[in-house]
Write a protein that binds this ligand. Structure first.
Ligand code: GDD
Ligand code: MN
Length: 381
């Protein structure tokens, strides 16, 4: 197969693209997918023909230069558009960005790594256009679907548990609610946007759960291929993301999901603190203030790690240098939070408030402070 752009003079492409009205926007959220883009646009063209579609590459400032590569392709191919986001991260929010940035009446979301076969788009579009279903979902679990590789042996089991819960949550019968490959009318998607959490990567589930009346869904069995190049960003956090999604739908309006996760990490951190403290006191025979200092430092470091893995999984710091600076800023932020905590608690205690109450208020204020600062300065860019 000839996949070079030179094989198609750009003038011809332009004229052809202009001749058919725009019908479908294919949203490709990208994070380090530079080498996958050009061959994918070729495959999309192979599946859908020359016109009537556009590709929206929504890139979160990938370090590998994905956005520049997308611009390079777009210069000679007006069907390709680029949205580069700086300082924002996340698959769900990238999809939302795409929903709102197109004039096409139908939108599809798919992986940019060639795991999803664009040929399926033809039947998916026909199905939604005809009104047979409101959402077409490419499924890894429907009869006739297959999978070239499973990232982890337990992923299938996790998925089936998640799928059962998802059916309960959305009231929709579908075999793969966590699928990253689906198509629906752009207007339907945009109407649901204000109710979406936009965190993480369960965008389809979020759309289905947000709709007041259950959306009519049709499954399309797919062959889930192996990634063409680069590596998966989602594998490990899939179950966590799902649980966070459930929480978000049930209590997210009362206590925001991220803050709840941050708080949970904080509570686990107290356990870690105690374990370190007692280990030093009992086993090492160290004095209290020294042990307390080590435990505080250990617990902060643990909290940083777990928050990076869980609370901010969609903005996770991965490069060694960024992790290091993130860790240092987290410790600085939390130290200031600890001062605020102690100051407030002491004041309340001195004014005669109950010890437990004073301590809890201190902890509450410290946590909000730590959360605000680390959201902004540790994972905010
Ligand atoms: N803009 C943006 N921002 N894109 C992202 C981000 C992000 O933070 N994280 C991932 N992506 C892009 C990737 O570059 C890829 O094009 C697509 O989103 C899916 O990410 P993968 O890293 O390929 O995910 P996966 O193959 O492990 O996960 C598969 O299964 C999930 C559910 O089990 C995919 O099919 C997902 O779409 C699906 O939700
Ligand atoms: Mn993928």
């Amino acid at each position: 197969m000839d996949m070079t752009p030179e094989s198609q003079p750009s003038v011809v492409r332009e004229r052809r693209a202009g001749s058919t009205p725009l019908e479908l926007a294919i949203i490709l959220p990208t994070l380090n997918e530079r080498d996958n883009l050009e061959p994918l646009v070729e495959r999309i063209e192979g599946a859908l023909g020359h016109g009537g579609w556009e590709v929206l590459i929504v890139d979160d400032n990938s370090a590998d230069g994905t956005a520049d590569e997308a611009r390079r392709i777009a210069q000679t191919d007006p069907r390709v558009r680029v949205i580069q986001r700086i300082g924002r991260r996340g698959l769900s929010s990238a999809a939302i960005e795409g929903f709102c940035a197109t004039a096409a009446p139908y939108v599809a979301v798919m992986d940019a790594d060639h795991q999803h076969d664009p040929k399926l788009l033809v039947d998916m579009l026909a199905c939604v256009k005809s009104g047979e279903a409101e959402v077409a979902v490419a499924s890894r679990f429907a009869d006739g679907a297959s999978m070239e590789e499973w990232g982890r042996p337990d992923r299938e089991k996790l998925s089936s548990v998640a799928n059962t819960l998802a059916r309960k949550l959305t009231g929709v019968e579908l075999s793969d609610p966590m699928s990253g490959f689906f198509l629906l009318p752009a207007e339907t998607a945009r109407k649901l946007v204000p109710g979406l959490s936009g965190i993480g990567f369960k965008i389809l589930l979020d759309l289905l759960a947000t709709s007041e009346t259950p959306l009519k869904v049709k499954d399309f069995p797919m062959n889930f291929s192996a990634r063409r190049s680069g590596e998966s960003k989602l594998d490990r956090a899939i179950a966590l993301d799902f649980l966070a999604g459930l929480y978000d739908k049930s209590f997210g309006k009362v206590i925001p999901t991220r803050f709840a996760l941050f708080g949970t990490v904080g509570v686990i951190g107290v356990g870690v603190h105690m374990a370190i403290l007692y280990a030093f006191l009992l086993l090492g025979g160290a004095n209290f203030s020294w042990s307390q200092a080590v435990a505080t430092f250990g617990a902060m470091s643990f909290n940083f790690w777990l928050n990076n893995f869980l609370t901010y999984r969609d903005k996770r710091l991965t490069e060694a240098k960024k992790v290091f600076f993130g860790w240092v800023s987290f410790i600085v932020a939390c130290s200031i939070g600890a001062f605020a905590n102690v100051a407030v608690a002491t004041t309340l205690h001195d004014r005669g408030f109950h010890t437990v109450f004073a301590a809890l208020v201190g902890i509450g204020i410290g946590s909000v402070w730590n959360y605000a600062l680390s959201s902004r300065f540790v994972w905010g860019r």
